[in-house]
Design a binder for this molecule. Sequence first.
Ligand code: NAI
Ligand code: A1CAB
Length: 275
Amino acid sequence: MKQQTIGFIGGGNMAHALIGGLVADGFSAQKIWVTDLDQNKLAELKEQFHVNTSADNQSTVAQCDIVVLAVKPQVLAGVAKDIAAAVQARKSLVVSIAAGVRAADLQRWLGEETAIVRCMPNTPALVKTGATALYANARAGKSQRESAESVMRAVGLTVWVDDENLLDAVTALSGSGPAYFFLFMEAMESAGRELGLDDRTARLLTQQTALGAAKIAMESAETPAELRRRVTSPGGTTEQAIRTFEEGGLRELARNAMLAAERRSVEMSNQFGAQ
Ligand SMILES: NC(=O)C1=CN([C@@H]2O[C@H](COP(=O)(O)OP(=O)(O)OC[C@H]3O[C@@H](n4cnc5c(N)ncnc54)[C@H](O)[C@@H]3O)[C@@H](O)[C@H]2O)C=CC1
Ligand SMILES: O=C(O)[C@@H]1CCC=N1
């Protein structure tokens, strides 16, 4: 990928994950700029990744080919309106990673001509195992789409969606998804401790089991249901655990959780887009 200059507006959790993944992939830290209101966050990013930092959003936009909007959806309208003139002058490609803020609203705040790629990444980008869905507005040309995709592909898997509404589903699945697995890991670790394992052992075995299950699921042609059956010996231990999960309504719970996340994404679009 030709290394363009990338400016992150907002240097929080997700920017940290993306920057870490880009740098680990060999992207030059010299070509990365980050702005934040919080000086401590900037100092951390500078120390860890040796990126350029600034407290000034407009001047960062002025020198970057790609501007990644990585602030919370609640403050995005204000941030976008503030950098609109700089984006128009630089003709920057704007990549928004904000959950639940539609491209049309961004376009209205930034200028109707703005090329926008809306993405939904996730935090495993930090370890180059991210999953990102992308959607481009009509103003984003082929090379701009490719630029946005290259950034995200440097930190993991990318998929395009033609229907922007599908980003709400993606947010509920892979955007928020790492937290679902972490919650499950927390619960497994805690039960392991209750069963007598020390903290370190419970954590290590949980982590390695999660990694192993994910790897085998990725590398095998079998469905998760088939892989699960291979662990479940008739009359054995797994059978008891799975029965307990099924009786407790785990599938319905997972479904309801994702529907709630998707609903919130739509609600956020209506709430934060109306500014
Ligand atoms: N955390 C995650 O797993 C994911 C987050 N996202 C999206 O990424 C965006 C950022 O989320 P997080 O990194 O988790 O939030 P965060 O709160 O960790 O980071 C946002 C950063 O923006 C800074 N900020 C606030 N106002 C600013 C301004 N006017 N100028 C410059 N910086 C400003 C804050 O100080 C903060 O450091 C959100 O829109 C979220 O929807 C998307 C996918 C996954
Ligand atoms: O919780 C959120 O709103 C963001 C979007 C996906 C992950 N974190």
